[in-house]
Design a protein around this ligand. Structure first.
Ligand code: THU
Length: 147
């Protein structure tokens, strides 16, 4: 599998965990509800305790009510009691790996400022970033302490 972006600064999980994350993100993508855009997305979020929670995009006839796969995974994981994450694997059917949208970056940084973000395509392409490089100078819970 081609790795096109540079390796995250954050140590990513071992290859076996990455393989599981890929499988879980791709299977979550198959459960996406995206009748309006036709753009299906899956996410697999690796918590610091090793557990993995999946999410998919869930669109709505009232378009702004749509939730992205990454935020759907965060909501499910936090609801399960996880608040600390090491990596998120995103899967799409696009030609090139896609990074998370700006809103999802903001939601992810709340719980995982040092997150490894990996994106895969159905065709086997892959890109890796850190959340810090995708969302530099982020507004975080620490920012609130500077009042
Ligand atoms: N989408 C995601 O699930 N994650 C992203 O980071 C980008 C966009 C979804 C939202 C919508 O259902 C579809 O992709 C097209 O924007």
């Amino acid at each position: 599998m081609a790795v096109e972006a540079r390796e995250p600064v954050v140590p990513v999980a071992d290859e076996r965990t990455l393989t599981v994350l890929r499988e879980r993100a791709l299977s979550a993508m198959d459960r996406a509800y995206a009748p309006y855009s036709g753009f299906r997305v899956g996410a697999a979020l690796l918590a610091s305790d090793g557990s993995i929670t999946e999410g998919c995009n869930i669109e709505n006839a009232s378009f702004p009510a749509t939730i992205c796969a990454e935020r759907s995974a965060v909501a499910a994981a936090v609801s399960r009691g996880n608040r600390s994450f090491d990596a998120v694997m995103i899967a799409t059917e696009a030609e090139e790996p896609t990074p998370p949208c700006g809103v999802c970056r903001q939601v992810l940084v709340e719980f995982a400022p040092r997150l490894a973000v990996i994106s895969v395509t159905r065709g086997g392409r892959e890109a890796r970033w850190t959340l810090d490089e995708l969302l530099p100078q982020a507004f975080t819970p620490d920012s609130m302490d500077r009042r």
